[in-house]
Design a protein around this ligand. Structure first.
Ligand SMILES: Cc1cc2nc3c(=O)[nH]c(=O)nc-3n(C[C@H](O)[C@H](O)[C@H](O)COP(=O)(O)O)c2cc1C
Ligand code: SF4
Length: 599
């Protein structure tokens, strides 16, 4: 007889139902996040019984499955609503007013499920829709271009319990928004062209071309792609792996979304070329959970490529050239974009960054040599295999060959995707996207650099301002301190918690900024914030902590007035407002005379 377990809403879930969902999910992929997602979709949460069943089925310790569920913000141990809404809280694709409006309209407390289980509403970090205005995810599917009218439509659809599949299709339209195409996006790369060129030139010759091209990683750090491939190829191991990093969690970045939507063949082609060069049989595309809506389409591209002999065994008829790609979908953790955390996630663990060295090229997935590259890097590599290094080097600067695809958002008339040769000035980008009266530009997302208009002639390239792709524009009317607070909140929320300087430091930074914004900060707070920001930057374990205080430090350096104009005039103010805390007591005792106040 099948046992049952009781959910916190009192519903019984039969063990055989759990097992059949797990078995069905495992028939597609045994990746833990995939199985947990399937369970949550069916039962709206991961119950203790589900944890036990998954652990038994996949032969993983329960403690590991439990830790994974706790770690990823898209997984929940208590039931979500049948319509689970997550509002982006990014400065470009979020709008707290619309979030409040929907909560009010549906009578939902933010962060909770409504008592009847119909709907839950929460916030989430940037969902990569920054060129589409305010946006949310409903059961994981994005809806953008939100305004009060759209909120009302969504509320009605939920109240009338219209199944998501029957919601008007136009609500879900996400466009490519390519405003300026260059080397890669002008693309005439037909599926298989890059691979054929690689086979004609040979794996070693192609590696030479990639090295010669000067291609540097587009995920942010800018390491030489050819050298990375060469180190991996030279490393001894039982197997080698290719991983495409499509986690794209940096607020304001959405260019990988567009590449995967419109140029997936080039990305998969680049991965397959890399596999031939390093001798890998297996590849993974790690897709951020927010882009799950792209999954069916990407799976179709993989199926087509297998049918065309571009994946599988004996690719393009070459004996021994065997390679295939699996897509793993994340579950709402920015830190999983860090390559070693990503690999941990692929290995069914929490996304905690590893100690480096060793680097993934020597000890990556399952401890074996692994190349991790960004989506755009693989697409560029496919083009280089086809057209050669000289073609690529013709664009860009000495140390930054080729082009960069930018995600432009914020206060501008034409947000979207812009591809330029490296070396383009910020001023040019601002002119092209119709930005006027610009106060500041955040280059490379919150982890990058904040500059003011005195620096708009600086250039986008590794020699000057490097960026993974995010350009956020802030007009003169923006409250820049609110922007910095938003970024501080982002880092405090996304810190994986592994090391103290980042876990505690990011929260303290956020709190001190709130104190200053509330008009309770003093010069002492500014000095403390600077000290703390330096500590977080220099003492944190991984790139997240090492860059988390950049917005605060940049803003203090370039825009000191946004802090100074809010300072209280005393030497010291406690975090806690004692007088305000006594308000409840004053009301209970019906006193509001001078003696009932501290000041
Ligand atoms: C907190 C953090 C988040 C990151 N997120 C991404 C990401 O979303 N996509 C990406 O390609 N690289 C990301 N990176 C950089 C990766 O660790 C890695 O350097 C990159 O994937 C290598 O590919 P590339 O050489 O092609 O740039 C992130 C790094 C850190 C520290
Ligand atoms: S720096 Fe932050 S994100 Fe990185 S390991 Fe430490 S706590 Fe985790």
């Amino acid at each position: 007889m099948s046992k049952t377990s009781i959910t916190s809403q009192g519903n019984a879930i039969r063990t055989d139902s759990l097992r059949s969902v797990i078995a069905l999910a495992c028939a597609e992929s045994r990746h833990l996040l995939h199985v947990l997602y399937a369970l949550q979709r069916q039962f709206l949460h991961i119950s203790d019984a589900a944890l036990r069943e998954v652990a038994a089925y996949l032969d993983i310790p329960i403690s590991q499955v439990d830790a994974v569920v706790e770690f990823y913000s898209f997984l929940h141990k208590s039931p979500r609503g049948r319509f689970d809404i997550m509002f982006s809280n990014c400065t470009s694709c979020g709008d707290p007013e619309l979030l409040r409006l929907l909560c009010q309209r549906l009578d939902v407390v933010e962060g909770e499920s409504r008592a009847d289980g119909l709907v839950s509403i929460d916030q989430t970090s940037c969902i990569g829709m920054c060129d589409h205005g305010a946006a949310l995810l409903v059961n994981g599917t994005p809806i953008a271009h939100l305004d009060a009218g759209m909120i009302e439509r969504i509320a009605i659809l939920i109240e009338t319990e219209r199944p998501l599949a029957d919601w008007p299709a136009e609500l879900f339209v996400v466009t490519g928004n390519i405003r300026r195409a260059g080397l890669l996006l002008n693309d005439g790369l037909a599926a298989g062209d890059g691979l054929r060129a690689m086979l004609a030139c040979g794996a070693t010759g192609t590696l030479g071309e990639v090295i010669q091209s000067g291609l540097r990683g587009r995920g942010g750090a800018g390491f030489s792609t050819g050298m990375k491939w060469q180190f991996c190829r030279e490393e001894r191991g039982r197997a080698r792996y290719v991983v495409c990093n499509a986690d794209e969690g940096e607020p304001g970045t959405f260019k990988d979304r567009v590449l995967l939507h419109s140029h997936a063949d080039a990305v998969f082609e680049g991965m397959t070329i890399c596999a031939a060069v390093i001798g890998a049989k297996q590849g993974f595309l790690y897709l951020r959970g927010e882009y799950r809506y792209l999954l069916p389409q990407l799976q179709m591209v993989l199926v087509r490529r297998r049918e065309m002999g571009l994946l599988g065994t004996g690719i393009l008829g070459k004996i021994g050239f065997d390679f295939d790609i699996e897509i793993a979908v994340g579950a709402g953790a920015y830190i999983c974009g860090e390559e070693s955390a990503l690999i941990e996630s692929l290995e069914n663990k929490r996304g905690i960054p590893r100690n480096r060295p060793p680097f993934p090229v020597t000890h990556g997935y399952l401890g074996q040599p692994t190349v991790v590259n960004n989506v755009e890097t693989f697409a560029a590599a496919a083009h280089i295999a086809l057209r050669g290094s000289a073609w690529f080097r013709k664009s860009g600067t000495d140390e930054s060959a080729g082009s960069k695809i930018l995600s432009v958002s914020g206060d501008c008339a034409k947000p979207g995707i812009y591809e330029y040769p490296f070396g383009v000035s910020i001023r040019q980008v601002l002119d092209d996207c119709g930005a006027q009266d610009v106060q500041a530009v955040q280059i490379g997302g919150p982890a990058g650099t904040l500059i003011g208009n005195a620096e708009f002639d600086r250039r986008l390239c590794f020699e000057d301002l490097s960026t993974g792709g995010s350009i956020m524009v802030f007009g003169e009317k923006r409250d820049l301190l609110a922007v910095i607070r938003n970024f501080a909140h982002f880092f405090a929320h996304e810190s994986c918690g592994f090391c103290t300087p980042c876990r505690v430091g990011t929260t303290l930074l956020r709190k001190r900024l709130s104190k200053i914004a509330a008009g309770r900060g003093t010069q002492y707070d500014l000095d403390e914030m600077k000290r703390l920001a330096a500590l977080v930057k220099h003492r944190s374990h991984c790139g997240l902590g090492q860059t988390a205080s950049n917005p605060v430090l940049d803003a203090m350096h370039r825009f000191p007035h946004i802090f100074e104009q809010r300072l209280a005039q005393s030497d010291f103010e406690p975090y806690f407002d004692l007088d305000a805390a006594l308000e409840e007591a004053r009301q209970v005792t019906h006193r509001n005379d001078a003696a009932a106040h501290l000041e």
